[in-house]
Design a binder for this molecule. Sequence first.
Ligand code: FMN
Length: 316
Amino acid sequence: MLTIHSSPLQGFTDFRFRNAFQRFFGGIDRYIAPYIQVNGKMEIKPANERDILPANNKSLNLIPQVITKDADEFLFVAKYVQKLGYNELNWNLGCPYPMIAKRGMGSGLMSIPEKINEILNRVSAETDIQVSVKMRLGYESPQEIFHVLPVLERYRLSNIAIHPRTGKQLYRGEVDLKTFEECLGLSTHKIFYNGDIKSVQRFREMKDRFPSINNWMIGRGLIADPFLPAMIKADNPVYPENRYEVFNSFHDALFSSWEEALSGQKHLLMKMYTFWEFFIQSFPGSPKGLKKIKKAQNLSDYREAVRQITGNTLYI
Ligand SMILES: Cc1cc2nc3c(=O)[nH]c(=O)nc-3n(C[C@H](O)[C@H](O)[C@H](O)COP(=O)(O)O)c2cc1C
């Protein structure tokens, strides 16, 4: 059966976004939470805690994620999320940002397979949490994954999601589908595909190329076009007639939950602007819209900018 997972975007797909998304669009089987990082302190930041508290994620299926290069940290987070009732923890081996990767975390750990082995060895011995892995092909080179996959073969994992780029590439260039294909022959784990699925057409091309893949992860594509997962599930690239009304209602819900969280209109409008950098892709007929959102000094400028883009009035 086809499943679609929401790929986490730190700063975007927190519980506020997920709840609004789930309420108005759906099409997502499981959401991966943006990563938890403990930095040796062995404490969970309040924002991370809020993000994964079951009370804040009632209507959705969530899997927490950790980023670490340390078995004790992994075990600490595993214990913490188990206490909250989760039975799976996703391990981030994909984050490309130099601040993280240069410190040997995220995609920076892909070149140290013996470290990955050491951590999984302790994790499999000391906790019964199910582990899934989300990774890139490597940091410097796409060949790094060929040394990591044999290590992963030694362990029971729920699945491995692969975003076929290197960390060094960030989001530049094409996804490396040839290397992804080679990986499929080298792993007995369930492999998820992740990367650049932005339309039903693109999804169909990928499904044709990789018929054995049933599980897909979408990150940026579902912020840019929140109708995408449901359209993929229906195998029908047709929007509902009231597309922009639904979008506006979703927008209002997201806005209101951020309004509660942030103090000051400036912060709120800045936050919404970061979402609009994605949303604007759903409005190709409004090239100047994003500039207007950016320039908005107050809520009434903002409302007017959104009305011009979507043709609908906001109720917030
Ligand atoms: C701003 C931003 C934040 C991200 N934060 C995370 C994160 O916390 N954990 C993670 O596994 N991936 C993170 N990613 C990567 C995405 O989940 C995803 O793997 C990547 O964008 C490729 O998939 P896509 O083309 O469908 O977006 C982030 C990406 C972006 C652009």
